[in-house]
Each structure stands twice: as structure tokens, then as C-alpha cells.
Design a protein around this ligand. Structure first.
Ligand code: GDP
Ligand code: MG
Length: 441
């Protein structure tokens, strides 16, 4: 895996303060091999590596991470971005029924997916209708019906005994049936072939024209690796699709197909299938796929921990300063930003060892208020932030004007700060943390 490979490179990088171009090149080489091994298509690998290199060369030196960790962090972030960044939600029509059409090669997992999707939608309060438009293989309709029964949803299929039905006609009639029986989502299962051919594309395109889907999902077996790219291109040109579903991720595929398909077609991956059972199915998460492709979940966890530990260290330094009365407005601002990053203000305790009472001070502060406090502190000179005692009346006036608040707001902040500092000193006296005492917890 990549983590094994990188270990040796990491060893060489350890202890270096800054990334040299040679370091970046060496790391990039290893990442390149790992991506190729994960079945990412070569042109995609090339472009990706180029991007990562550029970013790594311009990267700021992180205080929390060593150079190798920094490169990995960049690679991981870029992978997540290329995999779509945010999770893309399923598009449903404003006026039901919504139509979701599934397309892909035979055996890619469309029929199974139809059932999974139906169950997933049903759990969210929808009333899906499965539609059997694969009339090519004798068992295809029965297979969909079985899947539908298992999911507890209705299936629409041509009546038996009528000979081979016309899939386009079935598709069209299924929409009427959905309206009649009040199904709000129609899932159209289509036929696939072993390979890409014109007839397959024509039929899929005809079905598409008959039902004008809100989503056409290209279903692709993650195990087919490099072939995913050519297949995806063929379906994009022949039928067109709005999203991708990766199946068989429970196999040993490294998921490189995901990266290639997403990159080559520009369409988002919506779902991932990872087994034969109906609930072996999930919304696609770019970050999980990224760590799968890199094969270095542990490494990423370490990096996260290193960054958190670094924040923690800073918080402890602040706590030590609190005890000696050296707390500056700069620290105050830093703490507020840290609290902000962490989400709920109540989490302050975790950031500031022993600073329970400060939590009360800040708990009255909402986000908008916090913005204002930050603006005020930013409006101060460094000297003022370091030594708030010097902020006299005329300075207060200047700061208020500069940050667009009233003098009273500035007074409030300064008073609040002195109160907090006093409180911290008292607490420090009581609990014995602060100067010369590293046991801050
Ligand atoms: P279709 O031809 O595209 O409709 O594909 P099917 O839904 O019939 O699936 C083909 C085979 O792959 C079946 O044996 C499924 O049970 C299996 N299959 C589908 N999805 C998955 C998956 O995510 N993981 C695994 N292990 N098998 C799957
Ligand atoms: Mg099928």
C-alpha cells in the first residue's frame, strides 16, 4: 500500500523543516505508483500529480505537521476535491413522480441497485415504483420483482403471456401507473450488455426520451478498473447521465475507477454499493473513498491527531498565560476563533483546560456577536492587543470607528476581557496552574 511505500520516503523527510522540490518529487513518485495500482487511469494520475506538486511547492510550512505529513494531507484534500468534495444529493422533481433511470453494462449491478435505492427512498418516506425495462433476458423481470418484494415496494412489468414487451412502451406506461397509484419516485431498470454496443445505447436513449429522467445514473462495477473510463465515456456520449453509482466496493477494488470516472466525465458519484444485500448501500462519501484509494486511513488519522494536539498545545500555553495574567487580546481572539471552529460554544472547556468559568462568559455570545468582537480586536494595533491597559478613551474611539461599532461595544469588550483575565488569575491561584506549573489539567 501507499503507506508502506511512503514510510521510507517519510523517514528521509523526517526532521526537515521545509519541503524541498526533491522531497516533493520523491513523494509524488510514490503517490503516482499508488494511484496506478489503485487502477486510476494514467492521464488522470498525471494531471492529479501535477496539481498536487504545484500546491505542495507553494504550501506554507505547517507548525503541526512534518513535511511528509503535509504532502499527504495535500494529496488527501486534492483527492477529496477531485472525487467531488461535498456529497451530491439525489435530484428529485418538484412535481412528482420523479424518474430515476439506471444504465450500465450487464452485471454492473443495476437491478440490485434498483432494490437498494427503492428501500433507501422508502425509508425516507417516499413511495417508489420499480419498473422492469430489461426485457432482454428471460429472468430479468422476475429478478426485479424479487428485489422489489424484498424491499417491500411495487414493481411495474409487462403482463406475462404478451410475448416480449417493448421496453420503451413499458417505461412510458409506468409513469401513468405511478400517477394513478401515487408513487412519487419511479426507478427504471434497463437492460445491459456485456460490452458497449449501438443497440444498447439506442434502447437506453429511447427509454430516456420516453420518460425524461430527473436523474440518469450510470452504474459501474468498481472492479473493472481501467475499463471504467471507456465505458463511462461511451455511456456519456450514447445516453448521457447525471450521476454515477459505484458497485461491488466490497470487493478488493481500490476504488481508482471512482476517481477516473468522476474526473473524465465530470459527473458526481452519488451512491456506493458494497454487497449483495439490500442495505449494503450508502450515499457516496468522497473522504472515505480518498482514504481507501490512498490506503492510508491510519496515516490520515495520525495527521488529524497531530493537528489537534498542536491546537491543544497552543490552548495549554494560553492557559498557562492566563494564570500569570499575561493573557493578551490576541490570545482572547485566538480562543474565540478556536471555539468557533469547534462549533458549539459549550465545547470551550475542551480547548481551555481549567477555564470553566470563561465558558459562561462566552456562552452568552452568539455567532454574530463573535464576528463583532473579532472585528473590534482586529481593529486594534498589535501593541494594543498585547497590552490592553493602554487602550485609552481616544484609542477606543479610533478602534470603534475603524471596526464600525460604537465606543460602547469597544468598552464592553475590553471590560469583558479584563474580567475574564482576573477570573482566570483567581482560578489559577486556587487550582495551582499557571506560571512554572505544567500540570494544567
Ligand atoms: P445488472 O445486470 O446490472 O442488473 O446487475 P445485477 O443487479 O443483476 O447484479 C449482477 C450480480 O452482481 C448479481 O449477482 C448481484 O448479486 C451482484 N452484485 C450487485 N451489486 C453488488 C455489490 O455491490 N457487491 C457484490 N458483492 N455483488 C453485487
Ligand atoms: Mg439487471
Amino acid at each position: 500500500t501507499l503507506s508502506d511505500r511512503l514510510t521510507s520516503v517519510l523517514q528521509n523527510l523526517r526532521g526537515k523543516g521545509k519541503l524541498s522540490d526533491a522531497d516533493i518529487d520523491a513523494t509524488a513518485r510514490e503517490i503516482r505508483i499508488a494511484l496506478l495500482e489503485a487502477d486510476v487511469a494514467l492521464p488522470v494520475v498525471r494531471e492529479f500529480i501535477k496539481q498536487v506538486k504545484e500546491r505542495a511547492k507553494g504550501a506554507e510550512v505547517s507548525e503541526a505537521l512534518n513535511p511528509a505529513q503535509q504532502v499527504i494531507k495535500i494529496v488527501n484534500e486534492e483527492l477529496i476535491a477531485i472525487l467531488g468534495g461535498e456529497t451530491r444529493r439525489l435530484n428529485l422533481a418538484k412535481n412528482p413522480p420523479s424518474v430515476i433511470m439506471l444504465a450500465g453494462l450487464q452485471g454492473s449491478g443495476k437491478t440490485t441497485l434498483a432494490g437498494k435505492l427503492a428501500l433507501w427512498l422508502k425509508k425516507q418516506g417516499h413511495a417508489p415504483l420499480l419498473v422492469a425495462c430489461d426485457l432482454q433476458r428471460p429472468n430479468a423481470v422476475t429478478q426485479l420483482q424479487v428485489v422489489g418484494e424484498r424491499a417491500g415496494v411495487a414493481t411495474f412489468a409487462p403482463e406475462p403471456g404478451n410475448g416480449v414487451g417493448d421496453p420503451v412502451d413499458v417505461a412510458r406506461r409506468s409513469i401513468e401507473e405511478a400517477r394513478r397509484a401515487q408513487h412519487d419516485v419511479v426507478i427504471v431498470d434497463t437492460a445491459g450488455r456485456l460490452g458497449v454496443d449501438e443497440e444498447l445505447m439506442r434502447q437506453a436513449a429511447d427509454i430516456r426520451d420516453a420518460v425524461t429522467p430527473d436523474e440518469t445514473l450510470f452504474v459501474v462495477d468498481a472492479m473493472i478498473g481501467q475499463d471504467a473510463v471507456t465505458t463511462a465515456e461511451a455511456f456519456r456520449d450514447g445516453v448521457g447521465f447525471s450521476g454515477v453509482v459505484l458497485t461491488k466496493l466490497d470487493g478488493d477494488a481500490r476504488g481508482g475507477a471512482a476517481l477516473s470516472v468522476r474526473h473524465v466525465t465530470g459527473e458526481p458519484i452519488l451512491f456506493a454499493s458494497n454487497g449483495e444485500k439490500l442495505d449494503d448501500f450508502d450515499v457516496f462519501h468522497p473522504d472515505r473513498m480518498a482514504s481507501r484509494i490512498l490506503g492510508m486511513g491510519d496515516m490520515l488519522t495520525l495527521i488529524e491527531q497531530a493537528e489537534q494536539a498542536f491546537d491543544q498545545e497552543k490552548a495549554e500555553q494560553t492557559a498557562a498565560k492566563l494564570g500569570t495574567g499575561e493573557l493578551t487580546l490576541e490570545d482572547f481572539l485566538e480562543q474565540m476563533q478556536a471555539v468557533r471552529r469547534m462549533g458549539p460554544i459549550g465545547n470551550l472547556l475542551g480547548m481551555l483546560p481549567g477555564a470553566g468559568q470563561m465558558k459562561d462568559q462566552l456562552s452568552q455570545v452568539d455567532d454574530a456577536h463573535l464576528d463583532r468582537l473579532q472585528a473590534i480586536i482586529r481593529g486594534m494595533t498589535p501593541a494594543e492587543r498585547a497590552n490592553p491597559k493602554m487602550i485609552n478613551a481616544s484609542r477606543r474611539q479610533r478602534i470603534a470607528k475603524g471596526s464600525g461599532v460604537t465606543v460602547r461595544d469597544v468598552n464592553d469588550l475590553v471590560n469583558r476581557f479584563f474580567e475574564a483575565r482576573k477570573m482566570m488569575q483567581q482560578m489559577a491561584g486556587r487550582f495551582g496552574f499557571g506560571a512554572g506549573n505544567s500540570a494544567t489539567k
